[in-house]
Every structure is written in C-alpha cells, then in structure tokens.
Design a binder for this molecule. Structure first.
Ligand code: GDG
Length: 726
C-alpha cells in the first residue's frame, strides 16, 4: 500500500534522558503534531525528522532509533555542529530574518549554506531508504526547502507537497539571498506548494517569475514540463482541544487561584516565543504610552506577558532578551505601586492548564507581531473564550489577520493606533465583544487543524491525478517509434512546422533568429524527400520567410494564413481581407510604445504586433492587459481578433488563422501522414483543425489541444532528425 511520509525539522516527540541514562519519549502537544497524528500513526506511514537531542553513545542511538521506529518515526540524527550551522545558522540566522523582513539581521555565510545543503541531503537520504513509486511526501517549512527537488531528482513519479509555515517575503527582499535560485528550484521539486495566505503565494509566484523566469497561470507553474500548483491553506488549531481545556476543572481552579492574587483589575495578555518578529519591545512601549495617555487605568489594568525561551544560542535573541528585561523593569519601576504591578512578566513556558486559564482570564489579548506567518496564539485565545467575552487586538502583519477581520486590526508600527485600540478594547460593551468573538469562533471551528490537513492532502491527490493525465502527453520513445513507423509506411506526408519557439528559440530581437546551419540542413533533408511536403506555418511576414527559407522546396503559410505559397508557385493572399483598420489601431499602439520603454510595434501586411519581451517584468504584462481591454469593443466593430502570445499582443483579421489555412492544404494534397509542431496559441488553431490521425505536438508546454508535448526546439530538431534517419 502506498505510504505517506511527513518530513519536518523536528519529530513530534521529545526524547528525554533521566539521571540513570534511561530514555523516555514524550509526544509533542503542538498543533501540527495533533493534526498530522492521524496520518503518520496509521499503516506504514512515517514521520521523518530530528529527534531533538545529540547521541554520542552508539548503543543509545540504536535504542532510540528502534523505539522511534515502533512509533512510526524515522530519526535523522544530527551532530552539534550540524545543528549550529544548518539550524541555528542558515535556517534561523539567514532564512528566518529574511523571510520576516528583518533582512538587516540576516547573515550570508557560505559555511551555513553548505551545511544547509548537506543536512537537507541527509533528510532526503532517510526518505530514500523507504520511499517507493506511488508514495506521498509532505515536507514542512523553511529548514527543508531543498528536499522536494532532491527527492524529485531520484523519484520523478512520487507526489510531493511542501508547506511554508512562515511568510514568503516580497521579491525585493527575497532577492537579497545569494542562494535564491537554489531555494526556489528546491521548492519547485514539489507538486504542490502551500502557504498560509494569498499574499505569501503571490510573493512566491513573483519570485519564481523574476528569479527563474517562469510565469504562472492561475497559480500553476510549469517547471521542467511538470506542473507545480501553489495555493493558500491557512493553518487552523485543534479547536475542540482548546475549548475543552477551557472548561476543564483544573483550568477553572487555576483561574480562581490567579484571580484571587490579582484582584479584579483588567488583564491584557501577551504570549509569544522570544523572537524579534513578534514585536515584544514595541508592545511594551505601547503599554507604557497607554498608561501615560490614560492615567485613569493606572492600578486598574495589568499586562500579563509570557515570553517562551527560544533560540537562545542565536546572538540576536540574547540581545532581544536583554532589551525586554530592561523595558519591563523600567515600566514596572515607573508606574508600579506596593499593591499593583503593571507587568507580570514570565520568561518561561507554562503547562496547558495555566495557558488556558490565562486565555480565560484575559479581557484583551494583544497579538501584535511585526511579522508572523499565521500566529496560533490569537486563535487559541478565541477558542478558549467559552462566554465569548474578550477582545482580540491583532496585527495586520500576522497571517491570521486575513481570516480574523472581526478583531481590532492594527499596524504594530503605529503605536498611537494600538494605544487607542487598547482603550477601545477595555471599554468595548459586552454585547459587541460577544458579537465579534462569535463570528471568529465560527470560522475557527470550521477551519480547524484537521480541516487544514484534509484540504492539503486532497489537493495533493488532485494534483497527482492531473500529473498522471498530463504524463500521457509526453512525447517519449514509444510515441516516437509509433510516429516513425507511420511515417515510413506513408507515401504522401505533410509536415506543418511553426517557426519561432518551435524550430528556433526566442530572442529579444525577433530578427536575430535567422535559421542556423543545423536547422537549414534538417529542412533541406526533409523537403528534398519527394514523399514529403514541408509547410512552414508562421506568423512571420512573407518577406522574412522568403529571405530565410525561400531557397528551399517548402510551402509557406505566412502571417498566420494571410499569405500562402506553394513550393513551386507564387505568394497569394487569402481572399476577402481588408487592412484599412491598421492605421487607426497603430495610433493606439503608438501610445503604448511611447509610455513603455523597450516595447515596439511590428507592422505586417494584415496584422500589427506589439512586442514587449524587453520591457520590465510585470510592466509589460500590465500594458498588454491594458491594450487588450482598450481594444475590446473596437476590435469587435472592426472584425478583428486581439490575441496574447509569448510576450506579444497581436491584432489581426478575425477570418485569418493557421487552422483554416492548414485545412486548405489538406484539401489540396490529401496526405496519409500528418505532423504538426507548434508552440503558441496560434498553433492551437492548427492542432484543433487537423484530423484525429495527425501527430500534433506542442512545444514548451502541456496545456494544449495537441496530443503530445516536447520541451523545446532542441527536442523538435531531434524528432525531425529521427524521421529523416528512419
Ligand atoms: C510558526 C510561525 C505559524 C506558547 N507559549 C506556550 C505555549 N505556546 C504555544 C502556543 C502556540 C505556539 O506555542 C506558538 O505558535 P505561533 O503560531 O503563535 O508561533 P511560532 O512558534 O512562531 O510558529 C507561525 C506557526 O508556525 C504554524 O504554522 O502560525 O506564524 O511563526 O500553539 O500555544 N504552549 C505551552 N506553554 C506556553 O507557555 N504549552
């Protein structure tokens, strides 16, 4: 039975060692572990990850491995040095700050990168030990961005998903990384790439387009003739667990205990891991300003601040800890009285019962990170509010703000706005609190952690299904053999060959792709065979076609079917065409050339083409859309079609298309073997027009009416050579 393999930096378990050296295994309580437990614990499924401790003793290592394997876990053992360079180093001192827009904290060290590559390979090797075709792999987070490609290179047929738990930054920030290309290539080894928000997905797609020069269609990326899907999957929490915990007698008794010592003052709650992305110092400064601005709250409201120790070996975190300690001390010194402490500060973690009591007690939760992939604390707070009384102040920089629009949404850099939000929260009428909480709870209940896992997994299955369908299209050896055998058996063959993008690659200067020696030799050999009729079917003007290939015995269909020529005849124009529209449309295109550096117009006899290959990425696409919408109504009235091609917008008569022209050729010649090769939308007309027995081949894509697909012009030349040599 195919298996599902979960891969993450840490295994969902803590390995503890007592004084006698005995090992014990405590399952992690984290949301991800809960959500994925139904998957990795069943059948022969598996979770691959670091067990979270160093093993120097071989016996103990073996013992741990065996014990973990019994619980469906495969440990990747890492040395102290590896953790220092790969985890604390590249993951947390390079990627984490960059992805959270703290790029001024990022270190770009070659030694970190090398360790990151090696450790990613180590994870991959562990997976390769067990993986088989048909299996599914789900790789988690920024520590393992290279793993998808590493697996794909060895196993082209397995389904691979990747989920990023932290934000994906804007391209302008991402581009700063010296290893940006390798990181993207690594992730693109997956079939499905998931993010918390649509914005993260957008940034990723823009990075792929600018760094790898691959555009996308509705989030689908075509990479090495594989389709990579991207989507947003906002992670949820185990809602019932938090709601039930909030009703648990132990939670209630702790709440009573804490309430008794605090008195009946209002409580604002703040809970995070120690991290500069969480905006802890700013939150303290905001509380300071609040007390200054609203002195009537002195003695009436306290901030309960839990900071969970984290990454304390990384330099920036040590500095942050000192800053927080200092600020708390300063504010408590400034406002504190014998019977009131402004900030109750804890630098440690608490058991769930305490956490739940804090959530219940808090009148306000202040979740104001500078940047956060999602943030689960705010969701847990809401789930714990069984009476629905309480107010959430939420930073717009947290992924959660996209779902929880009923919170008081703030920009954490606008301190005065947040101060006002605190005042509003503390004075909000109860019925309003209940109204907002109820709406958000409804969302969180539905979009819980199990829902998230199901959504991702079913999308991964769907993508895999599509991949299999597309795979049937690949022009492989078997198809080639079939084609060659039909070709040799035929006596009257017709080959429709598109030019740009099919026989030659694209170039920023369209006149720079005149046929090279290899191409000339291929076409000469094909066309000199009396059983063959070679038809160059192109959007090019007749002058260029004549100049480049006119000396060979080939037929031409130029300007997508405006100009036609038999190998032994003259150029003829398709009947009934009008080109008086050109002057008016050219005036419009001139406006766009004037405001778009790098663009130009190609004037053909019966069509106009606006080229934008040299225009700044993004601007060209924007202008193309503007032109299309500008010409929308005009073109209908003038009987024109406006088509978007590979970095071009072409305007031509509605009657003209390659398909119609190709049909004319078939009627005249009645071939017993037909091959058609083309790369863009104009060739789709040909593919659709040809009879079913034709071999239609799309170049450089898979979404096409063609039966088969090849990667690029090199494959095309190989395919034609196979025919010649048959
Ligand atoms: C990353 C992304 C994304 C906190 N204090 C205690 C405690 N916690 C638990 C909370 C919560 C978790 O830690 C923190 O989760 P966050 O989502 O808020 O933050 P990160 O750890 O940075 O997580 C983040 C997440 O991945 C998931 O994709 O949301 O944006 O940065 O569950 O309850 N738990 C206990 N005691 C504590 O004192 N028991």
């Amino acid at each position: 039975m195919p298996r599902t393999i979960i891969v993450s930096n840490r295994l969902p378990v803590k390995v503890l060692k007592d004084k006698e050296g005995e090992l014990s295994y405590v399952p992690s309580e984290g949301g991800l572990a809960t959500g994925l437990s139904s998957i990795y614990k069943s059948g022969n499924n598996l979770w691959v990850g670091w067990p979270g401790r160093y093993f120097t003793n071989k016996e103990k290592k073996k013992e741990a491995k065996e014990a973990l394997e019994k619980q469906n876990m495969a440990p990747v053992f890492l040395s102290q040095e590896e953790i220092k360079l790969y985890y604390e180093g590249f993951s947390n001192e390079t990627l984490w700050p960059t992805f959270h827009y703290f790029n001024q904290y990022a270190l770009y060290k070659k030694s970190y990168w090398q360790a990151y590559e090696q450790v990613n390979q180590k994870f991959c090797d562990e997976i390769l030990k067990v993986i088989e075709p048909g299996d599914k792999v789900w790789v988690h987070d920024y520590q393992l961005m290279l793993v998808p490609k590493m697996i794909r290179d060895i196993h082209p047929d397995v389904s691979i998903g990747f989920f990023l738990h932290i934000p994906f930054p804007s391209f302008e920030v991402f581009r700063l990384l010296p290893w940006r290309r390798q990181l993207l290539d690594g992730v693109l080894g997956a079939d499905l790439v998931g993010f918390h928000t649509y914005d993260d997905m957008r940034h990723f797609l823009s990075a792929v387009s600018r760094v790898c020069y691959i555009s996308n269609q509705h989030g689908q990326i075509l990479k090495d003739r594989r389709s990579v899907a991207t989507d947003s999957f906002p992670i949820g929490i185990d809602y019932d667990k938090y709601a039930q915990q909030a009703a648990h007698p132990e939670t209630l008794s702790r709440e009573v205990q804490y309430r008794t010592s605090l008195g009946n003052q209002k409580l604002i709650l703040s809970i995070d891991r120690l991290d500069y992305s969480k905006g802890i110092p700013a939150r303290l400064q905001i509380f300071d300003i609040f007390l200054e601005k609203y002195p009537e709250y002195i003695g009436k409201v306290s901030l309960l601040m839990v900071v969970v120790p984290s990454r304390d070996k990384v330099g920036k975190y040590k500095d942050l800890k000192e800053e927080v300690d200092l600020l708390v001390g300063r504010i408590n010194g400034k406002y504190g009285t014998v019977n009131w402490t402004p900030i109750h500060y804890f630098y440690r973690s608490f058991p769930l019962e305490d956490l739940s009591a804090f959530y219940r007690m808090a009148d306000v939760a202040m979740v104001t990170p500078m940047r956060d992939g999602m943030n689960l604390v705010c969701k847990e707070y809401l789930a714990s509010k069984l009476d629905q009384k309480g107010v959430l102040i939420l930073s717009e920089m947290a992924g959660a703000s996209k779902e929880l629009s009923d919170a008081l949404i703030v920009n954490p850099n606008d301190k005065h706005q947040v101060v006002k939000a605190i005042y509003r929260a503390l004075t909000m009428p109860e019925d309003e609190q209940v109204r907002h909480t109820a709406i958000m709870q409804k969302t969180l209940k539905k979009f819980n952690i199990h829902h998230w896992v199901d959504l991702f997994m079913s999308k991964l299955d769907e993508v895999a299904k599509k991949r299999n369908e597309l795979a049937t299209k690949v022009f492989d050896k078997k198809v080639e053999e079939k084609m060659v055998s039909k070709y040799t058996a035929a006596a009257n063959r017709m080959l429709f060959l598109d030019y740009d993008g099919t026989l030659v690659p694209f170039h920023s200067d369209p006149m720079a792709v005149n046929p090279d020696e290899e191409l000339l030799s291929i076409i000469t050999r094909l066309s000199s065979n009396p059983k063959n009729r070679v038809v160059i079917i192109s959007g090019r003007d007749r002058g260029t076609l004549e100049k480049w290939l006119g000396h060979l015995p080939v037929d031409f269909i130029g300007e997508h079917g405006v100009w036609l020529k038999d190998k032994d005849g003259d150029w003829n124009m398709a009947e009934g065409l009008d080109n008086r529209w050109k002057a008016e449309i050219k005036k419009i295109l001139d406006i766009y050339v004037n405001k778009t550096p790098g663009s130009f117009i190609e004037v053909k006899d019966y069509s106009l083409v606006w080229h934008y290959r040299k225009v700044e990425t993004g601007l060209g696409e924007l202008r193309a859309r503007e032109i299309i919408s500008h010409l929308k109504y005009l073109s209908v009235n003038m009987n024109l079609q406006v088509l978007e091609g590979n970095k071009v917008v072409e305007i031509k008569n509605i009657e003209v298309n390659k398909g119609k022209a190709a049909l004319k050729w078939l009627q005249k010649n009645k071939p017993d073997f037909i091959l058609s090769l083309g790369d863009d939308w104009t060739d789709e007309d040909t593919f659709k027009a040809l009879p079913d027995k034709a071999f239609t081949v799309k170049v450089g894509g898979i979404h096409s009416a063609a039966k088969y697909s090849v990667e690029d012009y090199k494959d095309v030349r190989q395919l034609l050579t196979a025919l010649i040599e048959s």
